[in-house]
Structures are given as C-alpha cells and as structure tokens.
Design a protein around this ligand. Structure first.
Ligand code: F6R
Length: 252
C-alpha cells in the first residue's frame, strides 16, 4: 500500500484529482469506480476545472458508483444520483448512458443487486476505484459485519452511519435505513484503488483500518490485501498512523 500524506484537505484533493486525471489520460476508456460523501468533493471540483480548461476528456470513460439509498429516486436531492450530477457528472463530457449508479427505486432488492453486478461485469470490471472511509470503517455501504460481503447487496445502515449522514438531510428521521451497495469482492477486484481520508475525526479508524487487524468488523481493513492501493490523506486523518511526518510518500 502506498500512503500519501498531504498537508491539508485541499492538498489531498489535488493529489487525488491528479491520480484520477492520470488514469483518464493514460487510458481514455477507463472504468472509474466513484464514491459520494464529503471527502471526494474537492477532487471532483478540480477535475471539473481541468475538464473546462480542456485538459481532460471524459467522452470514452464509464463510471460505476458504489452505492445508492434504497427508496430514493434520482430527482431526490439527497440521492447519490443527484449528488453525482450536481458535483461531478453534470459538469463533464459524459452521457447518462456511460454512468451507472444502483437503482434506488427498484423495490426488488435481489433484482436491483443482480442487475448492478451484471453492469459491473459488462463493463469488464473497474480500472480505478475511488473510496472514502466511514467512521466505522465502512467502504461503500459495507458496514461492519461477521464476514466480508461479495457482490452488490442491500444493507441495513448502521446507526453510526445514519447519524453521520444526517447532516445532509432535514432531520435524522429522513435518512433512509437501507441502501444498495457494491460488495467487498467487487471493490477488491478493481485493478487500482485510491482511498481518500480527511480530518481528525477519522484518525482512529484510519489507523485501525490500515495498521490494525484485517477483520470484517473494520471492512476497509481488507484493502491491506489489495496489491495496488493508495491511501491519500491529510495530516489530521493520518495523525495516529505510524509513519514519519516529514515523508510525503510511504510504502507499506
Ligand atoms: C459514499 C460511500 C461512503 C463514504 C463514507 C465517507 O458513496 O460509499 O462509504 O465514502 O461514508 O463519507 P464522507 O466522505 O462524507 O466522510
């Protein structure tokens, strides 16, 4: 695993955007696995700016998002469909047909999940998967469990996730209780993974996930077993990690 210690969120976002841009430039028909949440917002903003300046062309890119709340339609402002359009996909040269997000409106969970796995297969897998890290160690919406999940599945969101995500909703009661999420196996099958972490509130879980025991109770810990992972974090999020502070790039 490579660990890149940036000085702050802005710096980390620029580094992450550079890595995504390099992927798009080196393989213009890449399949990008995308995340929502607060952490990737700065990187998306930077990519949009580079696209608008003419430096990045997304016309052959396909994107596969990690997750969607069950029951929310794309027009709902809290849906991940809406988020992606608002913060990234709606500002670059990519068509709706090239972008995939689980269908939160499909009431049949088995169908929604099987359809999404078929899409991932048809795309030939993911070239670069972007991840954020939940306060409880989740990636996508793979919550702490007794085993690592495989394909796309319907999850009951953990109380801590509902509390963390309540900031995006009018009230905590409005946060959906379930979501469709890509599974750990699909994430681990990505050729490359970049996980972004920011802020002091994540420092304990970052240490546990990347320097602790590999366990489904900390789903992100499984990333220690992937052969091409980059952790991009700011100093605050990496504060508890046993790395030398004056080094920007670490191999572990
Ligand atoms: C988002 C996702 C989640 C978030 C995680 C961190 O699609 O799958 O795993 O990446 O909850 O969220 P933030 O970045 O808001 O701290």
């Amino acid at each position: 695993m490579k660990i890149i210690c940036a000085k702050d969120y802005e710096h980390a976002s620029k580094i992450a955007a550079n890595m995504i841009a390099a992927q798009v430039i080196m393989k213009p028909d890449s399949v990008l696995g995308l995340a929502t949440g607060s952490t990737p917002l700065g990187a998306y903003e930077q990519l949009i700016e580079w696209h608008q300046k003419g430096y990045l062309n997304f016309s052959k890119i396909r994107t596969i998002n990690l997750d969607e709340y069950r029951g929310l339609c794309p027009e709902n402002e809290q849906s991940y469909h809406f988020y992606m359009k608002e913060h990234f996909l709606g500002h670059i040269n990519i068509t709706n047909e090239q972008t995939y997000i689980p269908d939160g409106t499909e009431p049949d969970a088995d169908k929604a999940c099987a359809d999404y796995d078929a899409i991932i297969d048809t795309c030939g897998g993911i070239d670069l998967q972007i991840l954020g890290l939940g306060h409880n160690g989740h990636i996508g919406f793979n919550e702490p469990e007794a085993f690592f999940s495989k394909g796309t599945h319907c999850v009951k969101l953990a109380e801590s996730t509902i509390r963390a995500n309540a900031r995006f909703f009018a009230s905590i009661n409005d946060v959906p209780k379930e979501a469709y999420t890509m599974g750990i196996k699909s994430i681990m099958q990505a050729k490359k993974i970049m996980i972004m972490v920011s802020g002091e509130a994540k420092k304990d879980i970052v240490r546990q996930a990347f320097f602790g025991t590999i366990t489904p109770q900390v789903p992100a810990s499984v990333l220690q077993l992937h052969r091409d992972v980059v952790l991009v974090g700011d100093e605050a999020a990496l504060a508890e990690c046993p790395i030398e502070r004056d080094k920007e790039l670490w191999n572990r």
